[in-house]
Design a binder for this molecule. Sequence first.
Ligand code: ADP
Ligand code: ZN
Length: 625
Amino acid sequence: MNALETLKTYFGYDTFREGQEKIVEAILANRDVLAIMPTGAGKSICYQIPALMLPGITLVISPLISLMQDQVKALNDAGIHAAFINSSLTENQISKALYLAASGRYKIIYVAPERLENYEFLEFARNVEISMVTVDEAHCISQWGQDFRPSYLKIVEFIKNLPKRPIVSAFTATATEEVKNDILCTLSLADPEVVITGFDRKNLYYSVENIRRKDEFIMEYIEKHPTESGIIYCATRKNVDNLFELLFKRGVPVTRYHAGLTNETRKKNQDDFIYDRTPVIIATNAFGMGIDKSNVRYVIHYNMPQSMENYYQEAGRAGRDGENSQCILLFSLQDVMIDRMLLDNKDFSDVDEEDEYLIRQRDIRRLQTMEGYCKTTGCLRNYILEYFGEKTSGPCDNCGNCHREYHEVDMTAEAKWVVNCVAETRGRYGLTIVLGTLMGAKRARLRELRTDQYKSYGALSGHSEAELRTLISQMTEMGYLYQTQEKYSVLKLGDITPLKDENTRVIMRTYEEKEPDKKKKTQKAVRKRSTDALTSAGYDLFEILRKLRLEIAKEESMPPYIIFSDKTLIDMCVKKPSDEEEMLNVSGVGANKLKKYGQRFLEEIQKFCTERPGVTLSMTEEGEE
Ligand code: ADP
Ligand code: ZN
C-alpha cells in the first residue's frame, strides 16, 4: 500500500492537504522533518501514515495525557494498533503494554517525555526496532516559549542511547523564528526537511462586536445555534460563574471551567463538553490545553485577551475539523480600561527595575495590538496574519469587517447637546426620557416631568432615534456618560472635561452589513457554513445522523467527534450512500469505520430516503424535486 492508499484505507480521505504529502515523502525517504503547521491543518496524519508504512515502531512524544488518550482512541477506531504509556496507567498496565509492544502488537506508541528516563522503558526501547521518534508539540523544547518542558530536553539523549538512530520528526503550530531555531538545534535534526505551511485558517470567520450588552448577544447567539458546540472565554472566574448561572438558568446545556473548581469537577466538566453532553463551555484561559475536540463551531471571547498570541491560540480551537466556524470577540472600551488598570497595578516586587520596564513595555505593546484588532475597520484576517509576519493580498471577504461598510461622522455638536440634556435632568432619568426630550417628542410623560421646558428639548429633532441611541452608547463607552445598573437605570454625566477642550471631537462610528463581494466568490470562494450546503431536509438528516453518532459514542464511551467528524456526517447527507461501496466514498470513512459503523448509518440514511422519497438533500443536487 502506498501513502495515498493508506490515507484512504485507514482515514477515509482522498487527498492530502497542503504540506502533508511533502512531509510523508520526506520521512519515507529516511529524512528528519520539522513541520510547522497551524492547528487543525492535519499534523497527526503526517507521522501516522509513515508510522504505518515503516518497518518498526514509531514513538510519539507528547506532553499531554488527555491528548495521547484521544489520539490512541482515534487510531484504534480507525483500525490501527496503538497504545500510550504515561502516569495514568498502573505499573502493571505499563509492563503489560510494553510486553505487547515488544511482541509487535503496536505500530504507534505515545509516551510522555518523563518516561524516556525510565529504566524499564529504556530497556524496552533498546530491544525493539524503533523506526521513528516523533516529537509532538515540539515548541515545548524551546525555553523561549510559554510552554517550555524541561523533560523535552531529555529527548536527544534518549535518541543517542538507541542502538540505531531512528528518523526524527518534529511538529508544532508555533511559528516564531526563535522557537523554530531552538527546535532545530536542540533536537539535533540531521539535514531536515523543513515544511512551513501558511498560517491562515480559511474556515475561521473572525469578527469583533463592539457592544456593551454582552450577555444578551451571547444568549441570542446560542439560541440561533442551539445544536452547536462552542467555547466562551471570560477574563475572570467571576465572569465565568456569572455567565454560567445566567445561561444555566435559561436552560442552555452549559458547563464551566476555571482554576477555582476542584480537579474532579474540572475533569468532569471537561468530559461533559468533549462528549457533547453539554456542548457549550464557559471558561477562563486555563481551559483548552490538550483539548482536541474537533467540532467546536464557535469561540466567543467575552473579554479582550491580553495578546494576539493568546487570542489566536484560543480562537483557533474552533473548527479543527476544517468545517466553517466563528471566532467572535466582544469588545467594549471598558475592558481596555480595566486591562490598563490591571497592568498599572501588576506586582513587580520580585523583578529588578530594568526588567520591570521591559516587561511593562512588552505588555503595553501586546495590549495595543489587541486594541488595534478590535478597532480596525480593515480586514481582520489580514491584521492577524500581518502580525504573525505573513504576507497578505487584499481583504479576505470572509471576516466581519470585510462584510461591513463603516461610516464615521463628526457628532461633536450633537454630543454636547446630549451632555446638556443629561445635565438638565440632573441625572434623574433614563435613556427613554433623554432620547424623547432631545428629539422633542410630544409625550404626556415629558410634559409631566417638564422636560419639554428644557433648552435641549427638540435640539436634535433632525436625528433618528436609532442614531441617537448609537451616539449615547458610544459616549457611554468613551466615559462621558454612564448608565446606572439598578432596575430603573438612569443616565448620569461621566467625566466630560475632555469635551470642554474645543479641539476634542466626538466621532461616531456606524456600519452597515454588506453582501459578500460576488466578484470575489470565484477567486477566493467565500465559504459559508458547510451545513449551508444542505437543504432543510438535508439538515434534518444531519441531525438524525448526529443523534446516531451520540448514541454510538455513549455505547463505546468515546467522544462523538472521534467516531465521525461533522464534516463526514455532512458529506453523508450530500452523497446519500446506499451501499458500502458508496459509503467508502464519503470523506472520513475508512475501511475499519465502515466495518464498525457503516451499516447503522446506511440504515438510517435508507430509512430517511424511503420516508421522504425524491427529497433533495443538498444545494448542489440537481433536479430531483
Ligand atoms: P492538528 O494536529 O494539525 O491540529 P489534526 O491532526 O488534529 O490537526 O487534524 C485536524 C482534522 O483534519 C482531523 O479531523 C483530521 O482527521 C482531518 N484531516 C487531516 N488530514 C486530512 C486530509 N488529508 N483530508 C481531510 N481531512 C484531514
Ligand atoms: Zn477580511
